[in-house]
Design a protein around this ligand. Structure first.
Ligand code: SF4
Length: 196
């Protein structure tokens, strides 16, 4: 087993296993690699766990389900259009729940639509999050007392972030994606027992 320092400034020590069949000079190979990386401006070698890497990737890529129920869906489309370009913060629309992390409920939820909405939510892989976009999704708003409307999508699926307004703004939805990134990071830290 070879033991060596990767970088003096991080002071991290790493153990690499050597194959019993093939002697490899891991130490010099890894040190060479670290030396090359350090030559890049701001280049550093980072060591982390797979869980940490996945949590970071999830917080930076909230892929959302293509799913619109009423006029708020126009705001969702606008957020993903060229002006607001949600892709720059990693939010990409997916046309299938199997590849989506976030359900953005954009519009009025009717009682007829509620079971379909729930089914799509269940078809999304864990972990998953929900953003309620606009006052209709949040509470039913103008249609709250109409016999066919659900007075708030949180009666159907758990909501993580609420974006108020009628109509809500694309800036509000961008902000919701950024809040979601903080929530994902916080959830991971709680799970791993990280204090800061
Ligand atoms: S909140 Fe306003 S814009 Fe959004 S679905 Fe309801 S009525 Fe339409």
């Amino acid at each position: 087993m070879a033991k060596f320092k990767i970088m003096e400034k991080t002071g991290v020590t790493v153990k690499l296993l050597e194959s019993p069949h093939r002697k490899v000079n891991n130490t010099s190979r890894f040190e060479d690699f670290a030396r090359h990386i350090e030559k890049f401006p701001g280049g550093e070698v980072l060591i982390t766990s797979v869980e940490n890497l996945f949590a970071w990737a999830r917080s930076k890529s909230p892929w959302d389900l293509t799913f619109g129920l009423a006029c708020c869906a126009i705001e969702l489309m606008h957020t993903h259009g060229p002006v607001f370009d949600a892709e720059r913060i990693g939010a990409i629309l997916r046309a299938t729940p199997r590849q989506a992390d976030v359900m953005v409920v954009a519009g009025t939820v009717t009682i007829k639509m509620a079971p379909r909405l729930r089914r799509l939510y269940e078809q999304m892989a864990d972990p998953k999050w929900v953003i309620a976009l606009g006052s209709c999704a949040i509470s039913g708003d103008h249609y709250r007392n109409v016999y066919s409307v659900v007075p708030g999508v949180d009666q159907i699926v758990p909501v993580d972030v609420y974006v108020p307004g009628c109509p809500p703004t694309p800036e509000g939805l961008i902000n919701a994606f950024m809040q979601l990134a903080e929530i994902i990071e916080k959830e991971w830290k709680q799970r791993m027992g990280v204090k800061k």
